[in-house]
Design a protein around this ligand. Structure first.
Ligand code: NAI
Ligand code: 15L
Length: 272
């Protein structure tokens, strides 16, 4: 349970997979949870309010942010896509969010970054918060832009951001790679509590993974947050071994941290 209570917490991308998984669980963190997306969000519970918003619409984003004191920013293009799609949601959209946050004096943001910022590193290399980006596609590049924007708004305006390079946040791992990258939604919720409870957050890079047996990432530099993931992908290993053959050792999914994202081409919108 969070120690401090926010007045109004904004959760963007609330209609998405992670948004739906954490929706009920962030309720104790704030008097009011404002949920936003461009897709349907269902009916608001008593403690919730709903604001539909397209992130590339600057004025709409200002309206969405106004009156909030903190943001969990999940909204955006969440897999590889053509440049225009990535740009609208993750470049323009994120700039709009940080500009609105500056104008409306938001103190803290969680930015849902991705392991695809560092997807071209080999699985044999242990990475930490200082590891430079090595994106595996335009999506990864857009998340690296987001991390740089968060850093700028911290240094220039003092807005604190938890930059979370999320691994794979799904109910269970789909493949052997995800034994290293898996993040249980409840561990993500406990990270959100820790980042809002911390007396000083700063603008750290945090790897979003559960307490898995296979480890590619070192979170020791954010030990001050006191985040202790409780779940582990280890309970799924046997199920995966029985369900599918281990991929070949030279396959992208076995070699690179970003797995098959390294194999995506540059996607172009086909002219009509
Ligand atoms: P998702 O694709 O299920 O949800 C994203 C939501 O953002 C969707 O509901 C979509 O409607 C909304 N959205 C997209 N573009 C928008 C726009 N221009 N305006 C308004 N809303 C827009 O993604 P998921 O899995 O829930 O991920 C949430 C966030 O976490 C994303 O930013 C994703 O990049 C990041 N992430 C997720 C991982 C995972 O394992 N689920 C891993 C790494 C990062
Ligand atoms: C991501 O960044 C995606 O949002 C998610 O859909 C998964 O592909 C995840 O990374 C992953 O690498 O497993």
């Amino acid at each position: 349970m969070a120690k401090k209570k926010l007045n109004r917490l904004l959760v963007t991308g609330a209609a998405g997979g992670i948004g739906q998984a954490i929706r009920g669980k962030v309720a104790p963190m704030a008097d009011i949870v404002r949920l936003s997306d461009r897709e349907a969000l269902g009916a608001a519970a008593e403690h919730e309010e709903i604001v539909y918003c397209e992130l590339k619409d600057k004025a709409a984003v200002e309206g969405m942010v106004e009156g909030c004191d903190a943001i969990v920013h999940l909204g955006g293009q969440s897999v590889e896509a053509d440049w225009e799609t990535v740009r609208d949601s993750n470049i323009e959209g994120l700039y709009n969010l940080y500009e609105a946050s500056r104008k409306h004096k938001i103190a803290r943001i969680l930015f849902a970054s991705s392991n695809h910022v560092i997807g071209y590193y080999p699985q044999t290399q242990l990475l930490d918060a200082q590891t430079p980006p090595r994106p595996d596609g335009l999506y990864g590049v857009s998340k690296a832009f987001g991390e740089a924007l968060a850093s700028l708004y911290h240094d220039k305006f003092g807005i604190e951001t938890a930059i979370v390079r999320i691994g794979s946040c799904f109910p269970e791992p789909f493949d052997h790679r995800m034994l290293a990258t898996w993040l249980h939604a409840d561990d993500f919720v406990s990270l959100i509590e820790c980042m809002f409870d911390a007396s000083r957050l700063g603008c750290p890079v945090i790897y979003g993974m559960s307490d898995n047996d296979v480890v590619w990432w070192d979170n020791s530099q954010v030990a001050y947050l006191g985040w202790k993931p409780k779940h582990s992908s280890a309970i799924f290993k046997q199920m995966l071994d029985e369900k599918m053959a281990r991929p070949h050792k030279d396959a992208a999914v076995s070699v690179y941290q970003g797995g098959v994202f390294t194999e995506h081409p540059i996607m172009e919108i086909k002219p009509d």
